[in-house]
Write a protein that binds this ligand. Structure first.
Ligand code: DQA
Length: 155
């Protein structure tokens, strides 16, 4: 990917078990599938003249590798780290290490749920956190990141 493409590309990362969306605990996560979420992010990006690269993984190391690779291929990262939100210092360190702007997204409002979901290792390295807006959270995250990056580029 050349520099001009990566400057207008956002990496959309989804963590473990999000491949099960649609049938996974629909009372908590709704009935949108992973493909629906990715399409929402892609549509929001395209409307603003941006591209997305989407990856879902159930493996912490694979998510970390994707974060490292984003340095050359994306201008910002939208991440739903799923359960790794609450456990992974390694994902937080990877995000901090690459220094790209990050928006953390959760489908559910993690603060209205079990105590163990209230703490996020990722939030301190995120520009913004969106929780509880379902699929719309992905759209808002893309719109916010694209606007912020465009403002930064305009000086
Ligand atoms: C989640 C919330 C996490 O607590 C949970 O482990 C998930 C999904 C959400 O999108 O609401 O897998 O990140």
């Amino acid at each position: 990917m050349n520099a001009a493409d990566s400057a207008r590309t956002l990496l959309i990362l989804n963590g473990p078990n999000l491949n099960l969306l649609g049938t996974r605990e629909p009372a908590v996560y709704g009935t949108d599938t992973l493909a629906d979420l990715e399409a929402t992010a892609e549509d929001a990006a395209r409307e603003l003249g941006w591209n997305v690269q989407c990856l879902q993984s159930n493996h912490e190391g694979e998510l970390i590798e994707a974060i490292h690779a984003a340095r050359g291929t994306a201008a910002g990262i939208v991440i739903n780290p799923a359960a790794y939100t609450h456990t992974s210092v390694a994902i937080r360190d990877a995000l901090a290490g690459v220094g790209l702007p990050v928006v953390e997204v959760h489908l559910s409002n993690i603060h209205r749920r079990e105590e163990f979901r209230h703490h996020s290792y990722v939030s301190p390295v995120a520009e913004a956190v969106i929780a509880g807006a379902g699929r719309h959270g992905y759209r808002m995250a893309v719109q916010f990141l694209a606007s912020k990056l465009q403002e930064a580029a305009a000086g």
